[in-house]
Design a protein around this ligand. Structure first.
Ligand code: IPD
Ligand code: CA
Ligand code: CA
Length: 278
């Protein structure tokens, strides 16, 4: 399989579904939201996350019954291999923003074939901005083709990082990150990993770092970033596993390299880094 898939057609269907998903959310944005917490008080899910995931998974299954789906809220499949076509779906990325701000959240769809990113879409629901890519055909912010990223330098970088990681936490020694943050021009945190990765693809952020993401958070973002010559890995430079998740560092090649080197230097100095914590 593979050679027969028309990725442009897959893109067009995915675009119509993501836009419909965006319309459904936007139309009901002022309605009361039913919010529940999952693993912790800051891990939120709403009836909308579930409704949108159900909508998208039904569309995919109807159209592509032999494709597999990995998604956040339980409507996907149990997938443990990258063979065939895999859809990585986050129905609402930035649920906390959705609940607290009614803005700065996204729907994210990434489509992979045998582990190779083919089609990616990230819709900023409230602005209607669509970040999209078909591998080999360019990455786009709405109708604007994104230029290739240049190497970049840490000293001139705007770094996407949440304050969690430079304060006491279980996963990474804040002493690893503080010197990195000090070196950059500044930091930003938007609360939607998908949008933050889209911003890296657009060159608006020079890198984005987090210690804990799942495949649906970065499925689309990685494809966008790869298309414009950006780089991604786990925080310490190891290659990312598409099905497993964990720490994620994406960025312009030079900025990514500088951050990895500083993280590795921290590890060599005995600082802690716990990727595997639940
Ligand atoms: C979350 C957002 C957030 C990131 C979290 C993710 P969700 O996704 O992307 O920015 O820091 O790690 O879990 O739960 O809103 O889909
Ligand atoms: Ca998410
Ligand atoms: Ca989500």
């Amino acid at each position: 399989m593979g050679e027969n898939i028309n990725w442009q057609e897959v893109y067009q269907l995915a675009e119509s579904w993501i836009r419909e998903a965006g319309r459904i959310i936007k139309e009901t944005i002022e309605s009361p939201i039913h919010v529940e917490t999952k693993s912790s008080p800051d891990d939120l899910v709403t009836d909308k996350d579930r409704e949108i995931e159900r909508f998208l998974t039904e569309k995919i299954r109807e159209q592509f019954p032999d494709h597999h789906i990995v998604s956040e809220e339980g409507y996907g499949d149990r997938v443990n291999a990258l063979s065939g076509v895999l859809w990585l779906i986050d129905p609402i990325d930035g649920t906390m923003n959705f609940v607290h701000q009614k803005r700065n959240f996204a729907v994210s769809i990434g489509v992979y074939e045998n582990g190779v990113g083919r089609v990616g879409l990230i819709l900023d629901v409230m602005t209607g901005d669509l970040y999209h890519v078909v591998k080999g055909q360019g990455a786009f912010f709405n109708e604007h083709r994104l230029p290739q990223l240049h190497a970049g330098e840490l000293e001139k970088a705007v770094f996407g990082i949440n304050a969690t990681w430079i304060n006491a936490n279980r996963r990474i020694d804040p002493e690893i990150l503080r010197p990195i943050v000090r070196k950059t021009r500044g930091t930003r945190s938007y609360g939607s990993a998908a949008l933050e990765m889209a911003y890296v693809a657009c060159g608006w952020l020079d890198a984005y770092f987090t210690m804990r993401l799942s495949p649906w958070d970065y499925g689309a973002g990685l494809i966008l970033i790869e298309e414009v010559g950006g780089v991604f890995s786990h925080a310490d430079g190891r290659p990312l596993d598409l099905l497993k998740g964990g720490s994620v560092l994406v960025g312009k090649p030079g900025v990514h390299k500088a951050i990895v080197e500083m993280i590795q230097a921290g590890l060599a100095n005995g600082k802690y880094f716990r990727e595997e914590l639940e």
